[in-house]
Design a protein around this ligand. Structure first.
Ligand code: HEM
Length: 161
């Protein structure tokens, strides 16, 4: 059975050995970490994950119990959301895209999104990432990116007035 910890341990020992013996090997350890965009596999896999995520989100009964969200679903086409969210994820992960949509505060202000609805969306997002076997590190980075928009998107706190 493949043991990832063992693999890292082995490669760490190997690197330490090479570094000690050969100054030229230093350049190897300085190799830049590929962008999140590249580690996710680029635009094609990102578009597939976003496609599945939006499909799940627009059909979700917890989110659609919010009347403003439900009303928006009837006028804003899902393919448009898929396009905009794909462009955004592509750009913020370091890919060659330029998001041209509205900022998150403007796009969601009229929706009165609650903290509970936010949590529901995060749960759906995690499920989709798990279904596509996105590795733990990349999942964490994507959740951080999504999390960074929470203050602009959630309009109604859980505790109420
Ligand atoms: C509970 C969470 C969320 C809900 C219920 C939600 C719902 C919606 C709805 C209904 C729209 C269409 C608004 C309209 O034009 O009337 C929209 C637009 C959009 N959402 Fe969200 N959203 C959520 C979170 C997020 C997150 C976390 C992101 C990305 C980080 C995101 C990215 C976008 C983008 C890019 C648009 C299009 C903006 C534009 O039209 O210019 N949303 N969202």
């Amino acid at each position: 059975m493949f043991n990832p910890e063992l693999k890292y341990l082995k490669s760490f020992c190997l690197s330490a050995f090479i570094l000690a013996g050969s100054p030229g090997a230093l350049a190897q350890s300085d190799a830049p970490v590929p962008s999140l965009f590249d580690r996710l596999g680029g635009l094609a896999p990102i578009s597939v994950v976003v496609n599945d995520f939006i499909d799940v989100v627009v059909a979700d009964s917890v989110l659609n119990a919010n009347e403003a969200v439900e009303a928006s679903r009837k006028v804003v086409p899902a393919p448009y959301l898929k396009y905009q969210v794909t462009a955004m994820v592509c750009e913020v992960t370091g890919g060659p895209c330029s998001y041209q949509g509205r900022d998150m505060k403007t796009a969601h202000a009229h929706l009165n999104i609650t903290a509970a609805e936010w949590d529901q969306m995060v749960m759906l997002f995690k499920d989709v990432l798990a279904k596509h076997q996105v590795p733990e590190t990349e999942t964490g980075e994507l959740l951080d990116i999504v999390g960074s928009t929470q203050a602009d998107i959630v309009a109604v706190s859980m505790s109420g007035p």
